[in-house]
Ligand binder design. Structure first.
Ligand code: FES
Length: 99
């Protein structure tokens, strides 16, 4: 028998919202989210292309080991799973056809 409990999702208090851009598109997230999590929640799974064959790559380990989630921020390469979102952040993918 499954015990049904009331929906308690309304009781979850989230941190303040911030907005940043990913390849020029606005993405909303909560303070404390990593960039990778915010992008996944917004449906952006393709973060870069593999250097050998341009195959699409995205977050895999989500703990800073695989480098699959690397994006460009302020001209530098950053593991998006290890970097927290900030309001006004400009994030660029490493796609071959990126804008
Ligand atoms: S997902 Fe593996 S380093 Fe970010």
């Amino acid at each position: 028998m499954i015990r049904l409990v009331p929906d308690q999702s309304q009781q979850i208090r989230r941190a303040a919202e911030v907005e940043f851009t990913f390849d020029g598109m606005p993405v909303r997230a909560h303070v404390g989210d990593t960039i990778a999590v915010a992008l996944m929640r917004a449906g952006h799974l393709h973060l870069r292309d593999a250097p050998q064959d341009d195959a699409p790559r995205g977050a895999f380990c989500c703990m800073g080991l695989c480098q699959e989630c690397v994006v460009r921020i302020d001209g530098g390469l950053v593991e998006s799973c290890c970097e927290a979102v900030r309001d006004g952040l400009v994030v660029q993918s490493l796609k071959v056809s990126a804008p």
